[in-house]
Design a protein around this ligand. Sequence first.
Ligand SMILES: [Ca+2]
Ligand SMILES: [Ca+2]
Ligand SMILES: [Ca+2]
Length: 559
Amino acid sequence: MKAWRVPALAAALLACAAHAAPAAEADYYGTLEPFAADAIYFVMTDRFVDGDPSNDHRDQGGAHRTFDIPVPGPDGESANIGYLGGDFKGILDNAGYIRGMGFGAVWITPIVDNPDEAFTGGAPVHWGSFWTDQGKAGYHGYWGVNFYKLDEHLPSAGLDYAQFTAKMHAAGLKVVQDIVVNHGSPAFSMPERQPQFGQLFDQNGTLIADAQNLPPWRLDPRRNPLHRFYHAYEDVAQLSNIDEANPAVLDYFAGAYLKWIGEGTDAFRIDTLGHVSTAFWRRFAARIRAAHPGFFMFGEAFDYNPDAIGKYTWPENGGIDVLDFPLRGRIAEVFEHAGSDYARLLDGLYLTNGPYANPYELVTFYDNHDMKRLDAGDAGFIDANNWLFTARGIPALYYGSETGFMRGRGEHAGNRNYYGQARIDAAPRSPIYRSLVRIARLRAATPALQRGLMLPLRFAGDQAAFYRVYQHGGMHQVALVLLNKGDAPTRFRVSDYLQAGRWQAALGGRSVRVRDGGALEATVPAHDVAVYLLDAPVARADLAAQLERLMAEKGHPAQ
Ligand SMILES: [Ca+2]
Ligand SMILES: [Ca+2]
Ligand SMILES: [Ca+2]
């Protein structure tokens, strides 16, 4: 056997030499995660578009009705804590709008059945309040009572969840399902017990857990089987606090979420990740990925300290990527204030030896439904989007940010207001929308911007300049990104690590031919971005050395 194989190998080597095959290109990439190709549009389903009034259930709830519960504010303004009618059909009707902006995925709020009454416990909601739930309905979806059952406000005839995901896929959009394991619905403090609140039901509709309106410290999980899904201590507001150490809990949630993957879910966004133990996440991720290898998940650990959230991304804790809260804090700082310094963002990237298993797989954002929306003028939004869609990470944009909708507003002050078809139809008139479309479509067409290594060149004042480099599997691309957040045009001159060749101006304008040892000069208008692309393998030695260092050190040192 051996005697036969050696000549074959020698013949192969000779054949290679005869054809002077080039040396294999070195691997340079931030991530190979396929999901990183897709920017994410985050929709609070109930607040996006009411595509089907027949599923609104406007009479639901009786004395504790669930539809259209206004929270009045000053000057005739209003927030709302009832259902407002948004549904799968409203999203699907606008799949072309979302895809057309350059997004490849839609993150939707939880789809599972929520209570059919407004909550009567907790503290009353008033304009601008946080952590208050009295009078609120489960329009947001985060109060699950049966995690195997679709909430009745979402589907339409011919459009159940599986049909919705199939049609979204056909429209070129993946579906990111928002999932919760930490809690069910509000479970105590009701003046009188309300149906469904604090209860959990299985796939057959059988009651399997019930807090019975008891405060958590009065639960008796040792003796009462209906209390065994819950910790006997508080966690978030009045929400039931699921005991993730109970093996039945893992079976219940893994079973439910595998069912939804079977109906077309492409990825999970995990709510309240940091309120559940890493031991649970390791087991949960293993269960999901045993059936669906490589399934992409990212979670919400609501913490601006990178040391507190990095651990969730490590393989021993389930390898779950996270929403990039630490960078989000810096993005708001920089783009909400003129005169800020791009250097603040550089320090928040953690490109080498940082706390994350891979910083290129983090989901980056500047606001969402649980905080004040970005408080900036149109120019600030434009600058923030130009950053988000060119820097490392997977951008997620909250619905309405494409027009600066309800900017600066928190949860009960308009953050989650109904967007609606009229605003969508008018969006092309917004300068934020027009510049977003330009940069998001460029990212969608540019592997280096999606998954390339990021090599910073200059982060100072209103200027940022960096390379993104993707070289893998026969594909190679170098992007040079030049950002100007100032009020005047600015001149960039780049020579560091600049490879000779023909650099195409990806957003329009003249391409630039760079000679060995030359420079690339470009003027970037106020609040604008320029991207130059070189479609060539990395050849310059000092650039290769920098990329090798970034490759070797991009993860957490212990990984
Ligand atoms: Ca509806
Ligand atoms: Ca319901
Ligand atoms: Ca918890």
